[in-house]
Unconditional design. Structure first.
Length: 114
C-alpha cells in the first residue's frame, strides 16, 4: 500500500485548501480512512475519518470547516478545508487501515499565515 498526499501550501487566514491523497490501489473503497495532523511541538491528532460504512467523524476543532471525501474510482481521498485559521498550521497525513495494519502517506505541510 502506497499513499501520496499533496495539496499543502501557504494560505492566508480564512482561505481554503484541498488536500489529496492518492492510493496505489483500491484501498479507500471499503476500509477506514482518515486525515491526521501534527503541529510543531504537538502530538498528532485525528482531524477527520470515514468508516467503511460511510460514517464520518470530525474533530471539534474542524467541524463545519473541513470535509472528508473519497473517490473510489480514482482511488483518492480528499480533505477540503475552508475558513482556515493559524492554528490549523500543521503537517497533514492520510491513513488507511487495510488488513489490520495502518498505512500512512507522507505528510503535506499546511501553513496558515498572513
Amino acid at each position: 500500500v502506497q499513499l501520496q498526499a499533496s495539496g499543502g501550501g501557504l494560505v492566508q487566514p480564512e482561505g481554503s485548501l484541498k488536500l489529496s491523497c492518492a492510493a496505489s490501489g483500491r484501498f479507500f473503497s471499503m476500509n477506514y480512512v482518515a486525515w491526521y495532523r501534527q503541529a510543531p511541538g504537538k502530538q498528532r491528532e485525528l482531524v477527520a475519518s470515514m468508516a467503511p460504512s460511510g460514517t464520518i467523524y470530525y474533530s471539534d476543532s474542524v467541524k463545519g470547516r473541513f470535509t472528508i471525501s473519497r473517490d473510489k474510482v480514482k482511488n483518492m481521498l480528499y480533505l477540503q478545508m475552508h475558513s482556515l485559521r493559524p492554528e490549523d498550521t500543521a503537517v497533514y497525513s492520510c491513513k488507511v487501515i487495510y488488513r489490520g495494519n495502518d498505512w500512512w502517506g507522507q505528510g503535506t505541510l499546511v501553513t496558515v499565515s498572513s
